[in-house]
Ligand binder design. Structure first.
Ligand code: GTP
Length: 360
């Protein structure tokens, strides 16, 4: 039987606290952070729609209200979106079980809401159908698998084991955070309990002899959970390194909203994106940087590989590299901020206030 995306439910897990991206996630859930001009989740929803899936259930918990306020019933995107809220976060497996009552079809495609991928979703569904699997996992081959859970498969693609992070992984195939479930497998997850799909559900399925298969590819893949990956993923979307249906025909060195004021001599490169209502002063140079809405950057600032949250102000001739600047923070003129610095929302750093050596 051929896989039919119209007969598939999409479930997106968006309830995590996004602690690794703090302070950006203090007020905004990670999947709603602006990435290449749109909330990250909107790129994923557009991919789901382009694949032919139209019914989407969002499993929410942290800052649950923000999602419905933005996407409503999904009709503007040609989707039908429903929301299920966990009062207490139930973990990835508990969250999947918690949307069971909203499922309409036998096939359920589950997405981590913070993964940027270029994989053909219909190809994963095809693998699921052709193997007559209970669960099919997207496995991506990465150059350094040590930071991820590894998933070896046999020659037929059947999953053999789920391995925790190890210094000596036996395979370069890692869990990509996208799964196809047979609906009854979702029903079998314990309800109203905290369950990890990675650490509990999948290993138990193997023990019980369920048919768990891998769909392995080399496609673009990035977990957007840390600032460095977030910046890189946004830049790759802007430059078209990974495709988003939202940016069709608009990819290039930078993405600038129409309402942005850009003064003379400004250089924007490396997939920099600038959000609505921001102002970029004369002679600034921004490389690989994500600027949210309503940011003011005064003349001569140089910013590289950084995230500047909404309403922040960057003083003239400031130098910022590899930093996260929180909402409404004010970085004084001529400040130098080095890699890894995170400035909390509303913090004011006076002119010349922070200086590091030039290798920062
Ligand atoms: P960190 O706190 O930085 O690790 O981020 P996170 O909270 O998003 O956790 P993680 O990256 O491991 O989560 C992977 C995906 O699952 C993300 O899209 C989360 O939003 C989602 N997620 C994690 N835990 C839960 C949960 O308890 N409930 C729901 N509904 N989603 C969850």
């Amino acid at each position: 039987m051929k896989a039919n995306p119209a007969q598939t439910d999409a479930v997106i897990l968006v309830g995590g606290r996004g602690t690794r991206l703090r302070p950006l996630t203090v007020n905004t859930p990670k999947p709603m952070l602006s990435t290449a001009g749109y909330p990250f989740l909107q790129h994923l929803l557009a991919r789901i729609k382009a694949a032919g899936i139209t019914h989407v259930v969002l499993g929410t918990s942290y800052r649950a209200e923000v999602f419905e306020e933005y996407f409503g019933d999904g009709s503007e995107m040609g989707l039908e979106i429903e929301y299920v809220v966990e009062e207490e976060a139930l973990g990835t497996g508990g969250a999947i079980r918690n949307v069971y009552d909203r499922l309409r079809h036998e096939t359920v495609m589950v997405f981590n809401g913070d993964v940027l991928a270029g994989t053909d979703l219909n190809a994963i569904l095809e693998t699921h159908e052709s193997k007559n699997a209970d669960v099919t996992m997207h496995l991506v081959r990465v150059s350094d698998p040590r930071a991820f859970g590894c998933v070896p498969t046999d020659t037929d693609g059947r999953v053999l084991e789920f391995l925790e992070k190890t210094e000596d992984p036996p395979t370069d195939q890692v869990n990509a955070g996208c799964y196809v479930f047979r609906r009854e497998v979702v029903e079998a997850i314990p309800a109203k309990k905290v369950v990890s799909v990675e650490r509990e559900t999948f290993p138990q399925l193997l023990i019980s002899g369920s048919r768990v298969y891998g769909h392995v590819d080399h496609a673009y893949w990035r977990d957007m959970g840390r600032p460095g990956d977030f910046v890189r993923g946004s830049s790759d979307l802007v430059r078209g390194v990974v495709h988003s249906p939202l940016l069709e025909g608009r990819t290039g060195e930078s993405l600038v909203e129409a309402s942005v004021g850009v003064a003379g001599g400004v250089i924007l490169l490396g997939g920099t994106s600038i959000g609505r209502g921001s102002e970029i002063g004369a002679g600034c140079r921004l490389d690989g940087t994500v600027v949210f809405e309503g940011v003011t950057i005064e003349p001569g600032a140089v910013i590289e590989d950084s995230i500047i949250a909404a309403g922040a102000r960057i003083g003239a001739n400031a130098r910022i590299k590899g930093c996260v600047i929180g909402e409404g923070a004010h970085i004084g003129a001529r400040c130098e901020l080095k890699s890894g610095m995170r400035v909390w929302p509303g913090v004011v750093i006076p002119d010349n206030g922070v200086r590091f050596s030039s290798d920062a």
